[in-house]
Design a binder for this molecule. Structure first.
Ligand code: SF4
Length: 368
């Protein structure tokens, strides 16, 4: 536990750092610990200040996630209901057909998403499956959406093929610190994960990599995770921070629930050590109340999964997100562009302006 003098020093140091505008890849564990343990208000002030220097503080990027191949994964990630090692009652599905995925992507675009993420529960893709995914990437991209996939471990050739297909982001999480990792996964090593991320970077694809907290780790492991991410040769362009969703039947099914303010501290610390990365509020958001989510946005979170799994307009969770955005005066990033594209399309079709993304609203308009 840091005493108040240390906290003062950490605050002063983080102010000096954020005023410098520097991007660092040499974070010491003790520095991250000091940032994380500052008085809450100092931490949030520092995080919000640095956030404003790098991003529009009232915009949040929205992605839609589709599971293109669900369940029966050979890996043993202790939190994951898709692992074939645990019995969670999840129904297994084969790799989806390209046409079906493209149809879902079109739906996501119509509903306002700007990025479409496709996830497959694999250790690594087989070549014939990768060919199908490459076609998905090409076709989804041709709809004007950014593309992201998560397919497990990749070698250099596979990463290159995905880059050539036009893939924008590859997601591969580190999950936790190197020290705690063995408690969570035994079927692939931390090094394997770092190698995949290197292959992705070498292919020129944006890296999406983060982790999960609330898995019974020590706070030291949270600093360790952030240190690994922030000390990569280049910060991941997207950093998902997940709160464990404890699923019955997995080894972590009965883990004690995380203090939500610790989650906010994690978001704020991620924002400070990786100032130009998109920090994504990921899994676990559905268990957070709106006040906690609002604090996360204030702490520097600026990306969410939107309409996850449910790709219809009648998605109550997606509507709740838009309602919260409205209350906070937040605009979904890319909304203006999407709206302009829609206007142009509509004009061509019938000269009648009929907004397709009814869930989006004008955040600059007076609120009730
Ligand atoms: S590799 Fe992915 S899908 Fe497979 S068990 Fe781990 S988290 Fe789940």
């Amino acid at each position: 536990m840091t005493d108040i003098t240390q906290a003062d020093t950490a605050h002063t140091k983080s102010l000096a750092y954020l005023n410098s505008g520097a991007i660092r890849n040499d974070w010491a564990l003790a520095e991250i610990e000091a940032i994380y343990n500052q008085p809450f208000n100092d931490l949030l002030f520092a995080a919000q200040t640095i956030h404003r220097k790098n991003f529009d503080p009232n915009q949040v990027q929205t992605s839609t996630l589709l599971s293109i191949k669900t369940g029966a994964c050979p890996e043993d990630c202790a939190y994951c209901p898709q692992s074939g090692h645990y019995s969670t009652g999840l129904s297994k599905e084969q790799l989806m057909a390209v046409e079906e995925v493209v149809q879902k992507a079109q739906q996501a675009k119509t509903n306002g998403a700007t990025r479409f993420c496709m996830g497959a529960a694999w250790r690594s893709p087989r070549e014939k499956d990768l060919d199908v995914v490459l076609e998905m990437v090409r076709q989804v991209k041709s709809l004007g959406l950014e593309t992201c996939v998560t397919l497990g471990m990749l070698d250099g050739d596979q990463a290159q093929k995905l880059a050539e297909a036009g893939l924008d982001y590859y997601n591969h999480n580190l999950d936790t610190s190197p020290e705690y990792y063995q408690q969570i996964i035994t079927t692939r090593s931390y090094e394997n994960r770092l190698d995949t991320l290197q292959n992705v970077r070498d292919a020129g694809i944006n890296v999406c990599s983060g982790g999960i907290i609330g898995m019974g780790e020590k706070t030291q492991d949270r600093y360790g995770l952030l240190q690994q991410l922030a000390n990569m040769p280049e910060h991941p362009q997207s950093v998902p921070i997940n709160m464990l969703v404890a699923v019955e039947g997995t080894p972590l099914g009965k883990v004690e629930k995380l203090d939500s303010l610790d989650f906010v501290r994690m978001i704020a610390t991620a924002r400070i050590v990786m100032p130009q990365s998109y920090v994504r509020l990921s899994a676990g958001r559905e268990d957070m109340n709106q006040e906690t989510q609002s604090l996360c946005y204030f702490a520097g979170a600026n990306s969410i999964f939107y309409g996850e799994k449910l790709l219809t307009t009648a998605n109550p969770e997606a509507e709740a997100d838009m309602q919260l955005f409205k209350r906070l005066g937040i605009t979904p990033e890319g909304h203006q562009v999407a709206a302009q594209e829609m206007d142009a399309e509509q004009a061509l079709l019938n000269q009648v302006a009929e907004p397709k993304a009814a869930q989006f609203y004008d955040a600059t308009a007076p609120r009730a």
